[in-house]
Design a protein around this ligand. Structure first.
Ligand SMILES: Cc1ncc(COP(=O)(O)O)c(C=O)c1O
Length: 471
């Protein structure tokens, strides 16, 4: 007899995650025993989410910087329903799909010169895996098989699969998964708030670029395949923006050594920074490949994308084709949804809105920083913004990493009706950041509400810092 089959299903939810013997919540994989359960999501509309008790939250980070067009968009839901009713899955090696062709043309046109082909997969990590593997296969088919090392920056985040982790600059994840990963060279990411003594932000960034040149020389230029960077940092640096001079110098160095330059725009792409690609802010330094995800299908379905030039794709296709793929790559439902999302981005002129509302948000955050003892810095571009939390603004001293200020801020925020995503990079060793990245559809009055609720959460956090005698 199968005893498992007759086990009763308990409808009542236990109050503590640690009490769920069989799990049942994804958070059972994350939360220490005894952690309070988070609110249970019920629905979303515009910039708001509601939990099962009817409490409303302003989605201040668009989830994980995903919901660019807000929640419950009726045009996208209609497109999703229509495509699902026609066909939701057809394997792309047997069948082309109209929405895949249209989306590829559209994304390449938006990305502009140098981006001729788009390869769709299910998310950011898969997009970066695809970029690294296409780069490698291109080297092999073009007589440069000695090239395999991918240089990346520290700190950085490029995803959670093992290939993406190999290029992620995070000592904590390396300490766990390092032995399973091929070690890849790292160079310093230019930071903007806490920079080495004797440097300006600019001289520090240029020193980081020279570190790339030295690393290529030291490792042997003939062994270097690519350099991958987040052009504007996500949670790894808290939205650090570098100058045009830095990107141009990096491009020069890569060109000199035949190294491919890859921009990970999983977070910064699809319009969030006020251009379709963050790369468009520094047009003199175009990357060879770009990866996108999050905002492309804006959370309605999983989708990632690799953009590459003809010269790379054709060389690989001409020698047997890309040795890489996933079951759900290029799936018609996600492509139809992303086309509908891009329709909304155009109809509502959300790339311009991201630029304008981003400036307006940062003005408000700077005013908030003047009054809050904890906000040491405000930075970002478009609606990819972050604040840096500190113990002492005068000295820029960070809060102790063990205090985990961002997770405490998230908890205070939820109480005040604001949802803020946080994933701690490097266990806080480079500082504590809170991304502020609402949907691009956010109105001025909703921005007021966001900043007011953030202020209340910061006040509660400041009280906690004082009580813990950390300030
Ligand atoms: C810059 C960057 N790269 C890659 C990823 C990984 O994307 P995914 O979680 O969709 O695999 C993320 C996700 O946060 C990201 O921010």
């Amino acid at each position: 007899m199968n005893t498992h089959a007759s086990a009763p299903v308990t409808p009542a939810s236990p109050r503590l995650l640690g009490d769920t013997a069989q799990g049942g919540s994804v958070l059972a994989f994350y939360s220490p025993k005894g952690s309070p359960r988070p609110p249970r999501i019920d629905r979303g509309e515009g910039v708001y989410l509601w939990d099962a008790d009817g409490k409303r939250y302003l989605d201040a980070t668009a989830g994980a910087v995903v919901a660019n067009i807000g929640h419950g968009n009726p045009h996208v839901l209609a497109a999703m329903k229509e495509q699902a009713a026609r066909v939701s899955f057809a394997y792309p090696r047997f069948f082309e799909s109209e929405h895949n062709i249209a989306l590829a043309d559209r994304v390449c046109a938006l990305a502009g010169e140098g981006f001729d082909r788009a390869f769709f997969i299910s998310g950011g990590s898969e997009a970066n895996e695809s970029a690294l593997k296409l780069a490698r296969q291109y080297a092999v088919v073009s007589g440069q098989a000695s090239r395999w090392k991918v240089i990346s920056r520290n700190p950085s985040y490029h995803g959670s699969t093992l290939g993406a982790l190999a290029v992620t600059g995070d000592a904590h994840t390396q300490s766990i998964y390092g032995p399973m990963i091929k070690s890849m060279p790292k160079v310093s990411a230019p930071m903007s708030y806490r920079i080495p003594d004797g440097h300006t932000q600019e001289s520090h960034a240029m020193a980081c670029a020279e570190e790339l040149a030295r690393t290529i020389e030291r490792e042997g230029p003939e062994s270097i395949l690519a350099f991958i960077i987040e052009p504007i940092g996500g949670l790894s640096t808290g939205a650090v923006v570098s100058s045009s001079a830095y990107f141009e110098r990096v491009r020069q160095i890569c060109d000199r050594h035949g190294v491919l330059l890859i921009y990970d725009e999983i977070m910064s792409g699809a319009g969030r920074t006020g251009e379709f690609l963050a790369a468009h802010h520094w047009r003199a330094a175009r990357p060879d490949m770009v990866t996108l995800a999050k905002g492309l299908a804006a959370g309605y379905t999983p989708l990632g994308c690799l953009l590459a030039p003809n010269r790379i794709v054709d060389a690989v296709a001409g020698q047997g084709g890309f040795v890489h793929g996933h079951t759900y790559f290029t799936n018609p439902l996600s492509c139809a949804v992303a086309n509908a999302v891009m329709d909304e981005v155009e109809r509502l002129d959300l790339v311009t809105r991201a630029r304008e509302r981003g400036e307006s948000l940062r003005r408000r955050l700077e005013a908030l920083a003047e009054r809050s003892p904890l906000v040491g810095d405000v930075r970002g571009l478009g609606l990819l913004s972050a604040i840096e939390l500190v113990a002492d603004k005068a000295t820029r001293r960070a809060l102790p990493p063990a205090f985990n200020a961002p997770s405490k801020l998230t908890a205070h925020g939820l109480r005040h009706g604001i949802a803020m995503y946080n994933r701690r990079a490097n266990l806080g060793a480079f500082g504590d950041f809170q991304m502020i990245t609402p949907p691009l559809t956010i109105s001025e009055s909703e921005l007021d509400e966001l900043v007011e609720k953030l202020k209340r959460a910061l006040t509660d956090l400041a009280d906690e810092v004082t009580r813990s005698k950390l300030a």
